[in-house]
Write a protein that binds this ligand. Structure first.
Ligand code: NAP
Length: 475
């Protein structure tokens, strides 16, 4: 067989599936994994695709098996492992070879790696890949950061393996340096918010009405045919319908209420804070996962405070179910508005010129947050590329006018019933603060001036001013 056209290091969940995807699209791929037994097992199980796979037991062999200039994908654990692999490859590679970090890197690490490789003759790409195992195998959403000409060199392979929405590949060059990994981070932050808000709506039905999982699943199934049509709503319906083979009960009732997280949602919240952009729905979703992990403390608090309001015993009426659907939709719009606002700020801070419509387009298939909503979002950004915030785009103004009363009613309902809805509440708080032309920060400014002589602006005069507080009260 002729030499491979691309290399891939790291045959874990993502790497092995991505390698099969590459091989299936007709690109011979050389693969290497730190633990070589995994490479052997992977090759054994690759079936007919073996003819496009070259298993290697060392980095030297991997490099020798790829046609120069060599693109090599790293799909290893993010962090130290990536630095180690780059270090191992550095002396083996030649000018113009391309190292592509396809893991969930922190974009600040990606920027550092670009700097470290500068002048080496090697090209670096930071590439976000979304879609989990299934996406990696059959078509992920691919978010690329680095030099545009480097992307163009690997574009044929990336577009071949990417998900497709209608006729368009869900892969794009988004900007230089850490742009791809940054966009992937925000994607994951939005994913956290989407998932949390879905879970909050589930909680309202489960705890407020004692509704069985399968019935809640049917409601999500219905919503998936409307404006909430999305992968996450679809799988929520499937999850809620599934029975536990051991107990015969709904599987979701047998799963411990302690959520894991690997850090990308947290990074999204941290970056939003660093840039001074409110991303409260994302932050609440991250915080909710953290609090979910504190099972023992929550049990102690439940014993101390007693249960919240008991289930009503009544079935929710159709108007309430419609309110839930619209509340979830309004929360989603606010969360996406926040995520895109963070990207807008990062784009100007890092001079990436992020193409917002393209980002929405490449998220329409392959990734976890894929949805019908993203098509509307892409069209809206295309029509109004300079929109400062999603909530100011005409289409979404209309949608929010319709949906926000429902969000208000559901958040109020949950609050009165003692049911947690932190992400939906945060979305509503953001929306209400965002649309308030005269907020309450005048009082904050007065307080700051009172205790710290920070000064304030007046509504009727230019310049810095101080209040008539005197000096005696400041502590
Ligand atoms: P995984 O199944 O745990 O596999 C990890 C891979 O990294 C293995 O091949 C492992 O090799 C290798 N590795 C770990 N430490 C290493 C080191 N120090 N040196 C060399 N190789 C090392 O992980 P995964 O789920 O495929 O994730 C890979 C990357 O994709 C991560 O950055 C992850 O965040 C990202 N990602 C994952 C998903 C997902 O849904 N799983 C989705 C998008 C992105 P050994 O076999 O030798 O241990």
């Amino acid at each position: 067989m002729s030499k491979a056209e691309i290399g891939l290091i790291g045959l874990g969940v993502m790497g092995s599936n991505l390698a099969l995807n590459i091989a299936e699209k007709g690109y011979p791929v050389a693969v290497y994994n730190r633990t070589s037994s995994r490479t052997g097992a992977f090759f054994e199980n690759a079936g007919a695709l073996r003819e496009n796979i070259v298993p290697c037991t060392s980095l030297e062999e991997l490099v020798a098996q790829i046609k120069p200039p060599r693109p090599i994908i790293l799909m290893v654990q993010a962090g130290k492992a990536v630095d180690e692999q780059i270090e191992g490859l550095r002396d083996l590679l030649a000018k113009n070879d391309i190292i592509i970090d396809a893991g969930n890197a922190n974009f600040r690490d990606t920027i550092r790696r670009f700097e470290e490789l500068e002048g080496s003759g090697l090209t670096f790409i930071g590439m976000g890949v979304s879609g989990g195992e299934e996406g990696a195998r059959h078509g992920p959403s691919i978010m690329v950061g680095g030099k545009e000409d480097a992307y163009r060199r690997v574009e044929p392979i990336l577009t071949a393996i990417a998900a497709r929405f209608e006729d368009e590949a869900c892969s794009a060059w988004l900007g230089e340096g850490g742009a791809g990994h940054f966009v992937k981070t925000i994607h994951n932050g939005i994913e956290y918010a989407d998932m949390q808000m879905i879970a909050e709506i589930y909680g309202v039905l489960r705890d407020g009405f004692g509704m069985p999982a399968a019935e809640i699943g049917k409601i999500f199934e219905g919503w998936n045919k409307g404006r909430l049509n999305s992968y996450l709503v679809e799988i929520t319906a499937a999850v809620l319908a599934a029975a536990d083979p051991k107990s015969g009960k709904p599987i979701v009732d047998m799963i411990l209420d302690r959520a894991g997280q690997k850090g990308t949602g947290r990074w999204a919240a941290i970056e939003a804070q660093m840039m001074g952009v409110p991303a409260t729905a994302i932050e609440s979703a991250v915080a909710a996962r953290s609090l979910s992990a504190e099972k023992t403390i929550r049990e102690a608090a439940a014993a101390a405070y007693g249960p919240a309001v008991a289930p009503s015993g009544k079935a929710p009426d159709a108007a309430f179910i419609d309110d839930l659907e619209l509340a979830l939709f309004a929360g989603k719009v606010a969360a996406y508005a926040q995520g895109f606002a963070v990207m807008e700020e990062a784009s100007s801070e890092f001079k990436w010129n992020l193409p917002m419509a393209t980002i929405a387009r490449i998220w329409r298939a392959g990734c976890i947050i894929r949805s019908q909503f993203l098509s509307t979002l892409a069209q809206s950004f295309e029509a109004d590329p300079d929109a400062e915030n999603l909530l100011l785009i005409d289409h979404f103004v209309g949608q929010m006018q319709e949906a926000q009363p429902s969000l208000r009613r559901i958040v109020a309902h949950a609050a009165l019933a003692g049911q947690p809805a932190p992400a939906l509440s945060a979305a509503l708080g953001y929306f209400d603060s965002f649309r308030q032309a005269r907020g309450t920060a005048n009082l904050i400014q007065a307080q700051r001036d009172f205790f710290g002589a920070h000064g304030f602006e007046r509504i009727d005069e230019d310049g810095a001013h101080h209040g008539p507080w005197g000096s005696g009260l400041a502590g």
